[in-house]
Write a protein that binds this ligand. Sequence first.
Ligand SMILES: Cc1cc2nc3c(=O)[nH]c(=O)nc-3n(C[C@H](O)[C@H](O)[C@H](O)COP(=O)(O)O)c2cc1C
Length: 186
Amino acid sequence: MKKVTTHIKHFQYFYPYTVAVVGAKSESRLNYMSAAWHTALSFNPPLFGVLISKKRMTHQVISEAREFTVNFIDYDRVNLSARMGRISGHERDKVVEFQVQLARAKFIRSPILVEAYTAFECKLADIRAYGDHDLFVGAVLAVHTEDKSFRSDGVLNTRKVRPLLYLGSDFYVTIDSDSLKHVLPE
Ligand SMILES: Cc1cc2nc3c(=O)[nH]c(=O)nc-3n(C[C@H](O)[C@H](O)[C@H](O)COP(=O)(O)O)c2cc1C
């Protein structure tokens, strides 16, 4: 028998989700946080969404900057996710304290993370409230990729990158590259 819950406090049963480190540089602050709740929204135009609670410093910084970057990191960098996702910029300057290595973006002022195997530069297109999170929609202006991290068809090279996957409650995992299958319909 499956258990049915109707008093829903969390529903992380569908995880894992890849971890994105999301942030921006406004007039007053440079700040990033870990985000598991993110999604592509459209190919054409390219739109990417991130759900951010109003409590987050990142909410404030992106709202001010009207732009943000989305940075995907390897499983090796799990400590960065834990730091960015459990410490708030309201209390500490995470970029300085954890010596986060930054690189200039092409079109926006907000930097990307040097160690990201892919990073998106986004111009804020919309903010919409959904319950206790706000959906920040970014028009993707540029996508940075490391050559070695992707095959020529754009598929992640799982021999080179171990994507960081979040299971909730501070648990992380990655993929087994031996499980890779290329399957076409019969
Ligand atoms: C792996 C992970 C994923 C997270 N995903 C989200 C998310 O999608 N949206 C959100 O609002 N908070 C998320 N959080 C919580 C924020 O990252 C956390 O509250 C962070 O300290 C906020 O930092 P800030 O106040 O500097 O913005 C996540 C935390 C972790 C550890």
